[in-house]
Design a binder for this molecule. Structure first.
Ligand code: ATP
Ligand code: MG
Length: 322
């Protein structure tokens, strides 16, 4: 059987609050294979960013990793020291944070920010670091003189490209992009998405992309996971999920996408629950139009339906997670 490049096993990332733990990412298992583009979708607050920050061990208090493993090159990343993890983070496993284009330091020129970042993760000289920065800017389609500019001198789309260049300049194996192309006009979104896909081919990147917009998943992802209430409810090849969604929540998400055929897209009834108090049984049952008695009490496991599709829903009885 094919070995995953990175495997997330039963990852739980919680936040300590005065009301108890917010169980934001609550038992996620995923396998990501080399060279694929893997999408993660789900409503706001379902734990997508928490999942990615957990994998990269970037949680800040009150967030913490409750349990789970992330296996990369045969090692559990959670067992590495911070120093050991730092050698892998960015060099091999890169990250574009949500809202990245606003994460640049407004008082430093692009050159200083990129060089600082490169020097803190490598043993290269300042001259070499500048060369790496220039090559990275070129590979995202930005002209050389951008290196001498301050963030406020760049458009939002350009700032986003600088962030993509910074994240990929050390030619990582895998990149986790958290909404890497949002908050821009659609033309710029598309251009920046194409930039990431171009880098994927150029440096052999594996891409994990968190995005609300199902259109991006349809366009570039090979496989995807749908998250709801801190868990994965369905995963499989994108085409199959779009053509034949199994979980009623996936169906709801797809029906919520506007199209010319449906003048008014259907929304999913009710609101997403709080991670302080997930509903018992299937967490989606209070909003599910196919709810059965069992759904109120028994939490469905993620089960194998056919060769590559998994779904956590009592409507289906498949094999176990492998
Ligand atoms: N510092 C915090 N303290 C308490 N709860 C938090 C904290 N940060 C996040 N959460 C909770 O964790 C849950 C998941 O948040 P997360 O940012 O992972 O969602 P998301 O799926 O990325 O949403 P979006 O699509 O809006 O980016 C949210 O319900 C949020 O309230
Ligand atoms: Mg998020």
């Amino acid at each position: 059987m094919k070995e995953p490049l990175i495997e997330i096993r039963d990852l739980r990332v919680y936040f300590r609050t005065i009301y108890g733990d917010a169980r934001s990412t609550d038992g996620v298992s995923l396998k990501i294979f080399e060279n694929e583009v893997f999408g993660i979708a789900g409503e706001s607050g379902c734990g997508k960013s928490t999942l990615v920050e957990g994998v990269l061990r970037l949680m800040k208090p009150p967030g913490y990793i409750k349990s789970g493993e992330v296996i990369y090159k045969g090692k559990n990343l959670f067992e590495l020291t911070e120093e050991e993890f730092n050698k892998i983070r960015w060099k091999e496993i890169a990250y574009i944070p949500q809202g990245s284009m606003n994460s640049l330091n407004p008082v430093l020129k692009v050159e200083e920010q990129m060089i600082d970042a490169i020097l803190s993760h490598t043993d290269t000289s300042k001259e070499e670091a500048k060369q790496i920065a220039l090559e990275a800017l070129d590979s995202v389609g930005l002209p050389e003189d951008v290196i001498n500019m301050y963030p406020h001198e760049l458009s939002g789309g350009m700032r986003q490209r600088v962030c993509i260049a910074m994240s990929t300049c050390l030619k990582p194996k895998i990149i986790f992009g958290d909404e890497p192309v949002t908050a821009l006009d659609v033309v710029m979104q598309k251009l920046n998405l194409q930039t990431i896909m171009h880098l994927k081919e150029k440096i052999g990147l594996t891409v994990v992309m968190v995005a609300h917009d199902m259109a991006w998943h349809a366009e570039v992802c090979d496989r995807m996971a749908i998250m709801y209430a801190g868990k994965v409810v369905e995963t499989g090849p994108v085409e199959e999920i779009f053509l034949n969604p199994l979980h009623p929540y996936t169906e709801g998400l797809l029906n919520a996408v506007p199209s010319l055929k449906r003048k008014f897209a259907k929304s999913i009834p009710g609101i997403a629950p709080s991670p302080l108090n997930w509903p018992p049984g299937c967490r989606f049952h209070p909003r599910c139009y196919r709810k059965m008695n069992i759904c109120e009490n028994e939490e469905p496991e993620l089960k194998l339906i056919d060769s590559e599709r998994y779904v956590a829903c009592h409507l289906y009885n498949g094999g176990n997670w492998k």
